[in-house]
Design a protein around this ligand. Structure first.
Ligand code: ADE
Ligand code: ZN
Length: 336
């Protein structure tokens, strides 16, 4: 199955660019920016990647991101992610970034977005990988800060496809951001939100009903509410599921108990994603491989997961059809 997964054309829809910051690159950028990080070596840093919950991870993730200062830092970070996925047959990706993680430290919004989008352009040219950008609001900060970020983004609106909502979920329900999401939708952004990762099914309801999201990031805890599952299925609301992340952050006790197969059986539009691959032990193919092995997924299941990723992507119908065409050709030649 490994060879099949490797060659399977696929899309990634839930990836935090700051979460693709590999330790080696972190040290390189820290050195050139003359910033001291609290770990002495790559090994010492990697040893800290042992998390009991989302917050413990986020503390390390924000500390890592703090060495990013210049446009070239954001370019190198993003290019490094594209190089990884180019070797994995990811042909389309939708990248989340957290502007507030940087603007709060005095880095200009324009520095962040210029570096990321320059890498997107280069990846399209060099690797033929198409991509979109999702601007995520940090939910542990207040709604006013999210609105300030929305205003800052307007100058770059043509570079951004959607807004998102991430960071500490518990205690920060989607309802807190109802007005800012309405404003974002009004100016033409699509919307996603992390919901039901650590938070309850109610947060998924709020993301749908109050934020009017186009996709749910994670959504695992929706399974606790039969009516919600029915609604998600009926509306073909995609879930961007992150298997290795769920195990690393202890939302699922072991990969053998991951609910993604159950999600498919229930008719949910589940997709596979890496979330924060530098921290959670793998990029997209490692996530596919982990669930394929642990849950004994068939080639048909893997095809369905990849097909879901194209259907749920923020692309025009013709663009989707072209990518699905590549997937279908591969599947026709490799299904037996
Ligand atoms: N930011 C980066 N990764 C995240 C996750 N898995 N959940 C919430 N916020 C995040
Ligand atoms: Zn995430």
């Amino acid at each position: 199955m490994k060879g099949f997964i490797k060659k399977l054309p696929k899309a990634e829809l839930h990836l935090h660019i700051e979460g693709s910051f590999e330790p080696e690159l972190m040290f390189t950028i820290a050195d050139r920016n003359k910033i001291k990080i609290k770990y002495q070596s790559v090994d010492e840093l990697k040893a800290a990647y042992n998390f009991n919950n989302l917050q413990e991870f986020l503390d390390v993730y924000y500390a890592g991101a703090s060495v990013l200062l210049k446009e070239e830092d954001f370019f190198d970070l993003t290019m490094s992610y594209f190089r990884k996925i180019n070797g994995q047959n990811v042909i389309h990706t939708e990248i989340m970034f957290d502007p507030q993680t940087h603007t709060e430290r005095g880095i200009d919004f324009s520095v962040v977005i210029s570096g990321i989008t320059a890498a997107q352009d280069q990846a399209q040219k060099d690797f033929g990988i198409s991509s979109k950008l999702i601007m995520s609001f940090l939910r542990h900060l207040d709604a006013q800060a999210a609105d300030d970020t929305l205003q800052q983004s307007l100058e770059f609106k043509n570079l951004i496809t959607a807004v998102g909502l991430d960071s500490s979920e518990l205690g920060n329900p989607p309802s807190k951001f109802k007005e800012v999401f309405a404003a974002a939708k009004k100016v033409g952004y699509l919307a996603v939100a992390h919901a039901g990762e650590e938070g309850p099914a109610d947060y998924v309801w709020e993301a749908i009903n109050l934020l009017k999201v186009n996709r749910i990031d994670h959504g695992n805890n929706a399974l606790a509410d039969a009516k919600l599952v029915e609604t998600l299925v009926k509306n073909k609301m995609a879930l961007t599921v992150c298997p290795l992340s769920n195990v690393k952050l202890r939302n699922v006790d072991r990969i053998e108990n991951h609910p993604i197969k159950l999600m498919l059986e229930k008719g949910l539009v589940a997709t596979v994603n890496s979330d924060d691959p530098a921290y959670f032990g793998g990029y997209l193919n490692e996530n596919y491989q982990a669930v394929a092995e642990a849950l004994n997924l068939s080639k048909e299941d893997l095809y369905q997961l990849s097909l879901n990723s194209f259907h749920a992507a923020f692309l025009e119908a013709e663009e989707k059809a072209e990518l699905v065409g590549k997937l279908d050709k591969f599947y026709a030649e490799n299904r037996d």
